[in-house]
Design a binder for this molecule. Structure first.
Ligand SMILES: [Zn+2]
Length: 458
């Protein structure tokens, strides 16, 4: 166990934790719910909604969803960071599956300002791979209290969550929690209410119902303590949406998180193919240099070249629903792609796993065909290289005639293509959010919380 116990005098506390997954799954947010219940009794003031931060989704050792949580509070006389730290530490020890795959991390920063180095740590954690050693070094440098369990990898997410301010684009999610006795039983919900919720509130809520595949998207699976999660743009709408569902099960309560879900935040860095590392994420403006080939399973592969003339394989997988578009791409097309980098193996090189395609410019393609006989209007036959053409019908030979080029109609249009709803990851930005990103400066201290952002039922 790694541990330190430094403090400084200031009453603002930033609490980050990650990878506290237990056998109930998805427990990092449930721990957050418990912790907020505890802090509410202590009469602390919340500076921001609890933040639910999804980090680089391509990291192979991530917990499911790779979500970390940050709470920012002002402490009152009745509480101190020691007590809060110990409370969380005990909860993690009690509830996490330490040694069974969970490697929780907890970091507390007691300071008004968040050091730039921690913000930078977050920026990198969105698309790169960071070590717990780096997190520990920063924790020591700025006198943070921290504890890592298991292999301590959770310290990375915990530190990154503290450094994440979400000052521009963000979304919200309301999570409703089940009583422990209900965990493991099936979640009963009337699909009609989910459709009503979607139809009444979209796009202020999103990814709640998939009309095309007739799928409910707000219910997690498994023995999770989360009953449902509704994503959206506005806390009040989310609160009302939960009411629309008219859930019959007795719940433990609910909490509204501010989040980077649905923002595409992991793809914001331009990556050069020459520097590309396995498991990183980003985007590139590039040109297609080999025509797409459809391989077994319906996946589509092609080679792209960036503006430094470096090339890389790119793949569009069948479940994304983008293969129809991708297979119609052509050598010379100019595109932008968002991707995660798949590690090279003995069988294949590094591959860019495509998460979106923006087609900037489609190249004009020509089909070359033999010329037409002037007399019969029939297609002529080649007599061999540079030997001219002969009409099949009237047998007339024309030695000077040449092949003609016909402009081929492209079956796809320029524009943005993102995966089908059922293939969305937590960070995938839904189509309707493009151009509607929040830009308003939204900093801790300036956040006016919706009064019903948290409730624990009796
Ligand atoms: Zn002819």
């Amino acid at each position: 166990m790694l541990m330190s116990t430094n403090t400084n005098e200031n009453n603002i506390l930033h609490i980050g934790f990650d990878d506290t997954d237990s056998k109930f799954g998805r427990c990092t947010t449930h721990l957050a719910f418990k912790l907020v219940s505890y802090l509410n009794k202590k009469d602390v003031k919340f500076l921001d909604y609890p933040l639910l931060i999804r980090l680089n989704p391509n990291i192979p050792w991530k917990t499911r969803g790779n979500g970390a949580v940050c709470l920012r509070i002002i402490m009152t006389k009745d509480n101190n960071s020691e007590n809060i730290f110990d409370f969380i530490k005990n909860e993690i020890e009690k509830n996490s599956a330490i040694g069974k795959g969970a490697n929780p991390g907890l970091v507390c920063l007691q300071s008004k300002e968040i050091p730039n180095e921690i913000k930078e740590f977050n920026r990198l954690a969105m698309f790169d791979i960071l070590s717990k050693q780096k997190a520990t070094k920063i924790a020591q440098k700025y006198n943070l209290k921290y504890v890592g369990f298991g292999n301590g990898q959770g310290l990375v997410g915990a530190m990154a969550a503290i450094g994440c301010l979400l000052t521009s684009d963000h979304t919200f999610e309301i999570l409703a929690y089940r009583k422990i006795k209900s965990c493991g039983t099936s979640r009963i919900i009337d699909p009609i209410n989910v459709m009503r919720l979607h139809d009444a509130t979209f796009p202020s809520t999103f990814n709640s119902y998939d009309h095309i595949n007739k799928r409910i998207l707000i219910l997690p699976h498994g023995s999770d303590p989360v009953f449902c999660g509704i994503r959206g743009e506005d806390p009040q709408v989310l609160y009302n949406s939960l009411k629309i569902l008219n859930i019959k099960e007795e719940l433990e309560g609910y909490m509204i998180y501010r989040s980077n879900q649905g923002t595409g935040m992991h793809l914001q860095n331009e990556l050069k193919f020459s520097m590309i590392k396995s498991f990183t994420a980003g985007y590139s403006r590039c040109i297609i240099v080999t025509n797409p080939q459809v391989i077994q399973g319906g996946h589509v592969l092609f080679i792209v070249e960036d503006d430094s003339k470096n090339t890389c394989w790119a793949a569009v997988y069948e479940p994304t629903g983008l293969t129809k578009i991708a297979s119609q791409l052509h050598r010379g097309d100019q595109i932008e792609i968002g991707f995660g980098v798949r590690k090279a193996t003995s069988k294949h090189p590094k591959v860019l796993n495509i998460e979106y395609i923006f087609i900037h410019q489609l190249v004009q393609i020509y089909n070359t065909v033999n010329p037409i006989c002037k007399d019969c209007r029939k297609r002529m036959k080649s007599e061999g290289k540079n030997k001219g053409y002969q009409c099949k019908k009237c047998k007339r030979i024309d030695k000077t005639n040449k092949k003609i080029s016909l402009l081929k109609t492209r079956l796809i249009k320029e524009g943005l293509y993102i995966p089908t709803l059922k293939a969305h990851r937590h960070l995938t930005k839904p189509l309707h959010r493009y151009g509607k990103e929040k830009t308003k400066f939204f900093e801790s201290g300036n956040v006016k919380l919706y009064p019903k952002w948290f409730e624990k039922f009796r």
